[in-house]
Design a protein around this ligand. Sequence first.
Ligand code: SF4
Length: 308
Amino acid sequence: MLVNLFLVFSIAWPYLTQISELLTPDLLWNILYLFLFLFAYTFLLINHLKECSDLAPEPLVWNIIDSQQTRGKMISASMIFSCPMKSYLELNNDYYLTLEDLYWGSFRGSLRHLALARYGEIHKNLMIEKRFKAKVGGIDISGQIDAYDPINKILWDWKTAKFIIPKNLPYGEHVSQTAIYRLLLESNGLPVSAVNIIYLDSSGWASVELTEKDGFIKYYEKGERKTASLDAHMQSVEKTCREIEPRIKVLHNAFHKDITPPSEPSFLCDLNNRERKSYCPVRHICPYWNEELREKILVDREKQMALY
Ligand code: SF4
């Protein structure tokens, strides 16, 4: 691969210089940076695979590294209801998750992706894993839906969990997240009349179905199929916009004006969860848990409040 990159670069260079009159110096530098980036990425990936192959099977490590992505300053659906400080710190700092923590989350995400992609190959009428953009309060947000059935106007969302407890479903954050997906679809002219959230764990599944009027859950228990009605339903797009607009502004100000957003500690970082561990990769630089940084937050928060 490295040799190929060098060959491509050395073959392309004379042509690039010949047409340099047409190319601006900035464009030439950008092309050079792109080659250097590809070179460095390939080099690091190969070395990471070698380093980690003692710890985990190489295809597994490759898959985990390959599935990592960053969206820069674009506000994604998954950020909107999570801790804004976490998104802000992740954008502005290098951070890492351990292989152990990445394993199940990333790997099962890839399995789900493969299953959906394969299903989409056969069911051409469905929109599978498509990214949509919309503006809320003048600010761009984006999100990738799992699947959308345009004929029946159903949005599908798949969630994997360690354990499913049907009486606890659906989780509030999943209802909120699918409400944002509905907003994204409807902003792009694709109406949604029902949301179907499929929960999977290693021993079974449950299906939550929500419309604007009602909601119910179907699941298997001890070999028996059960259905129960839920105290949950699909949220209107107008209500979703009202709820998310202030949070989107906070993220936008954090990303583009460097105004420190609030911290929203939860079971993910308070060490009171079952495993007694933090699932936030930037906890060590989070002002909420760091006395010295709190004063700075208060000053920045005053600036932020002055904007509203
Ligand atoms: S440690 Fe908690 S409060 Fe701090 S950024 Fe992470 S999730 Fe937010």
